[in-house]
Design a protein. Structure first.
Length: 327
């Protein structure tokens, strides 16, 4: 057991209001209207997602937490010491506790949660800042911007462990996901590590239920994105005129979330000076959740500049945590 190091909590924020407005305007004027999934997680969305993670139909979050709880010691044993931890899209950091506690038994740890949701970072800080021997420095940033700042703070001889949990890699199209892994690799040094979570292929009915639960929590989570646009961009979306839809694309092996317009209508976003028309049945695409098999997880590592050193797979809900090491 190491000596208990100093504990510190710090939050470093960057304004994302301009990015939000620009990306909403760009997405709603495309032939297939879309809104980036990262904007689902405002304060209301983050709270709703916590409820989703507790639903019996949504086994993904529990699978990831089970793996970290059971194998945190094994994961830590694979790492070069000393190590600092950066988490991309940390959310509340609930599952990360197991890894941080295992690391803190060996060394004082600096943990850098990176998230564009200020509310999620605040909850993360409350959840994790009291762990013995852990200092927390939060970045309200996009993934790569935050990781660059973490890398700039690297101490001599210190390794980085980057966490990309929750199968967030599945929100990228497959080529874009691999390019993202390469972009992370360019920031890392040889011997640094990336713990990558991937949701694995499973029967389509099981997936549809996970993303369109009978209680309607996921529908509220998805519709809240329109409510956020109303709040922040002075838009007049009528949420009752849109319906949540989960659909499976077998060719792309992805679950898609859409918001379907129930009537021909127009919406004005006053802060943008923009009016957008919708046909009945037209959709706004809000999220993609790609599913993987174990072989392609190994192949992605090699193509992106890593060696997949170890892998842990949940048997109750097919899900993998893979430790990539930068080569």
């Amino acid at each position: 057991m190491p000596d208990q190091g100093p504990q510190r909590t710090e939050s470093i924020a960057a304004s994302t209001a301009g990015d939000f407005a620009a990306e909403v305007a760009a997405g709603l004027t495309k032939p297939q209207k879309e809104l980036p999934s990262k904007y689902l997680y405002d304060e209301v969305g983050s709270a709703l997602f916590e409820v989703i993670c507790a639903l019996p139909e949504y086994g993904l979050a529990r699978a990831g937490e089970r793996l970290l709880r059971r194998h945190a010691g094994d994961i830590v044993a694979q790492l070069s010491q000393p190590v600092a931890v950066a988490e991309l899209g940390s959310g509340t950091g609930k599952s990360t506790r197991w890894l941080l506690e295992a690391l803190a038994r060996r060394q004082p740890v600096t943990y850098y949660p990176i998230d564009i949701s200020r509310a999620a970072l605040a909850r993360c800080e409350r959840e994790l800042s009291q762990i013995d021997s852990v200092s927390l420095v939060g970045f309200e940033r996009a993934y790569l911007d935050g990781l660059l700042e973490v890398a700039a703070r690297r101490r001599e001889g210190e390794h980085l462990l980057v966490l990309f949990l929750g199968s967030t890699i599945g929100n990228f199209d497959r080529p874009a996901g691999e390019e993202f892994l390469r972009a992370v690799r360019r920031i890392l040094q040889p011997g640094d590590a990336l713990l990558l979570a991937t949701d694995l292929e499973k029967p389509m009915p099981q997936l549809i239920l996970a993303y369109d639960d009978p209680l309607g929590v996921t529908a509220a989570f998805n519709l809240n994105l329109l409510a956020r646009v109303n709040r922040e961009l002075e838009a007049d979306f009528n949420l009752a005129r849109f319906r949540h839809q989960a659909r499976w694309d077998a060719r792309a092996r992805r679950l898609e979330m859409h918001l379907v317009s129930l009537a021909e209508q127009s919406v004005t976003l006053r802060k943008l000076g923009l009016t957008v028309g919708f046909r009945e049945g037209e959709t706004i695409w809000t999220e993609s959740c790609h599913k993987y098999n174990l072989e392609e997880v190994f192949q992605m590592a090699a193509r992106a500049g890593y060696h997949c050193r170890a892998q842990w797979v949940d048997s109750e809900w097919p899900f993998a945590q893979s430790l990539y090491v930068a080569v």
